[in-house]
Design a protein around this ligand. Structure first.
Ligand code: PNW
Length: 479
């Protein structure tokens, strides 16, 4: 398969997210987000850390851009801390000009260095004030208007300088991890041992519905008020793992794989590309899954100029018999299995318990998405890996990250195969991540960067081998 190629003008680069890298958590008027408060609850973050300083990108953004340039990136995907721009979050609350200026400066610096900015409006850090005021995602009327207002503030501030907009990063994570399992902010779950508030049987579906509507409403504003003069495109980023049957000879496990994709990816993808939730979800969830009114459907259907795809790994899936539990969010199956019936592991271990590399799964999944949604334009907006025990190694060894180089080689080659042989229209790829950063509930112990960040040495950055590896990989494939 060595004749697999990517287009000459393929847009490749690196991704990060505001709370994971910026720090400057209380500077120049930034307000708290739900992640600032979540980190203060003992036991929620593995190493008890938070994003107060993180990679200090609030002060070192020029170094970040220099680094991108040095390693040959064509694009940089980053996200906006909503509570930095509007500290209290709402449509009647003041805009914090200093906070907004940070992002204008970053975009100007990127453009001055010939790097294409790609902005994610929301990467999980909801302003705490909106959660306190009306429950955040769960209040449709208030939330949708506030998100649209925030989006408009950003579209207006950036104008034609930004050509790529992503409304949301991985709403599956915000809703399932944040409103069902309680592992992510704001920590809601039915499990009273974990949290005092939440209903896993209803809240994730309601939160997801309201996110979809706010996405559609923000896209409408971009298309009506900005697109013609600013010339950008806008979409949403969905995460997705590939699924293999635990028992390849059991038709019920094979069927469960499809249902698993519907419950995780098509939950958001189908309303956007087809106008409603998948039948399998309606069948299992009944009235707990909200209905789209005609107005809502009109907002959501057709609201992607491109599909943003985050992908890391593949899991085995095993069907369950009997009725689904009320808090089930998987499609009544065992998801996330790391070995199959014969005990064969899906791939080598990494530092992240859920992540086992399996490059062929990337090719399969991107084709699955492309086929289901009639060949949308796809940008891969995240893909990368942690390495088992990386954090415990001396710096010199961390910089020789051959495991990560192999990961990228396998995955990017699989992508090139999908583009060359499977008729997939993928136009860009952002590796996760430009640098080691705050890995949410796993804290700083898990590193995903192609750049080592010295957290005790002033957050200084040292490119790893994989940083250079990507440039070589793309220069050989893009021709
Ligand atoms: C993505 N899981 O999150 C996020 O978009 C990034 O912010 C994050 O740092 C990166 O992947 C690496 O984890 C995920 O538990 C977090 O399956 C958790 C899961 C999947 C994606």
């Amino acid at each position: 398969m060595s004749n697999a190629r990517l287009p000459k003008d393929f847009l490749w680069g690196f991704a990060t997210a505001s709370y994971q890298i910026e720090g400057g958590a209380h500077e120049d008027g930034r307000g708290d987000s739900i992640w600032d408060t979540f980190c203060r609850i003992p036991g929620k973050i593995a190493d008890g850390s938070n994003g107060e300083v993180a990679c200090d990108s609030y002060h070192q953004y020029k170094q970040d851009v220099a680094l991108l340039k040095q390693i040959g990136a064509k694009a940089y995907r980053f996200s906006i801390s909503w509570s930095r721009v509007i500290p209290l979050g709402g449509r009647n609350d003041p805009v914090n000009e200093k906070g907004l200026q940070y992002y204008i400066n970053l975009v100007d610096e990127l453009r001055a260095n010939g790097i294409e900015p790609m902005i994610t409006l929301f990467h999980w850090d909801l302003p705490q004030a909106l959660y306190d005021r009306y429950g955040g995602f769960l209040n449709k009327n208030e939330y949708v208007q506030d998100f649209v207002n925030f989006a408009r503030v950003m579209f207006k501030a950036m104008g034609p300088k930004v050509k790529f907009w992503i409304t949301y990063n991985e709403p599956w994570c915000s809703t399932i991890l944040g409103y069902s399992i309680g592992q992510f902010a704001p920590g809601h779950t039915s499990d009273r041992k974990k949290h005092h508030i939440g209903d896993s049987s209803t809240e994730p579906w309601l939160a997801g519905h309201n996110i979809l509507i706010s996405h559609g409403a923000a896209v409408k504003v971009y298309r009506e008020e900005f697109k013609a003069k600013d010339g950008g495109v806008i979409g949403i980023t969905l995460n997705g793992d590939w699924a293999l049957p635990w028992d390849a000879d059991d038709p019920e496990d094979v069927e469960a794989c499809q249902r698993k994709q519907e419950f995780s990816i098509a939950w958001y993808g189908d309303p956007i590309y087809k106008g409603d939730y998948p039948t399998s979800m309606r069948k299992q969830l009944g009235d707990r899954l909200p209905q789209f009114s005609e107005d809502e459907r009109a907002l959501v259907q057709g609201s992607n100029d491109f599909y943003g795809m985050n992908h890391y790994c593949t899991h085995y899936v095993k069907h369950k018999s009997g009725p689904a539990a009320p808090e089930d969010f998987t499609g009544n199956l065992e998801a996330g299995l790391l070995t199959d019936k014969n005990g064969t592991p899906i791939g080598p271990e990494t530092q992240s318990p859920w992540l086992r590399p399996y490059p062929q799964g990337f090719r399969k999944l991107i084709k699955w998405i492309s086929d289901r949604y009639d060949r949308p334009i796809i940008y891969v907006t995240e893909n990368g890996t942690s390495i088992k025990g990386e954090n415990d190694l001396p710096k010199e060894q961390i910089l020789e990250d051959d495991f990560r180089c192999e990961f990228f080689k396998g995955y990017v080659t699989a992508l090139a195969e999908a583009v060359t042989f499977d008729n997939v229209d993928c136009r860009g790829y952002m590796a996760w991540s430009l640098m080691d950063n705050f890995e949410w509930a796993e804290g700083y112990e898990t590193r995903f960067g192609v750049t080592y960040v010295d957290y005790v040495g002033g957050q200084k950055r040292y490119p790893k081998k994989s940083a250079k590896g990507l440039a070589e990989l793309f220069s050989s494939l893009c021709q």
